[in-house]
Design a protein around this ligand. Structure first.
Ligand SMILES: [Zn+2]
Length: 90
């Protein structure tokens, strides 16, 4: 298992996900902030720990998960993701 510090591991070819990305508040691929985007239709593409990683439906989802529809999983409501982000996961 990796320690929590593995999040700070860099130089793997991809930009490091931001805290917003890790909380499902922004697209993992293009960084669109779902809190301000009108209707990006985000889909779950991966997980990190018990968090859903989310990307825009379509190209971003395909880059992240290999499918334009992402995983067959319903994202948490945006409000819930915001709450968890602000509450540190509780
Ligand atoms: Zn995107």
């Amino acid at each position: 298992m990796y320690s929590q510090d593995s999040i700070s591991g860099r130089r793997r070819g991809r930009p490091e996900p931001t805290a917003e990305m890790l909380s499902g508040l922004a697209c993992l691929i293009c960084g669109t902030d779902f809190r301000s985007a009108p209707d990006p239709e985000p889909v779950v593409v991966s997980h990190r720990g018990d968090k859903q990683l989310i990307a825009c439906h379509g190209t971003c989802a395909r880059m992240a998960s290999g499918s334009v529809d992402g995983l067959e999983e319903t994202p948490l409501p945006l409000a819930e993701r915001v709450r968890r982000h602000q509450g540190g996961g509780l």
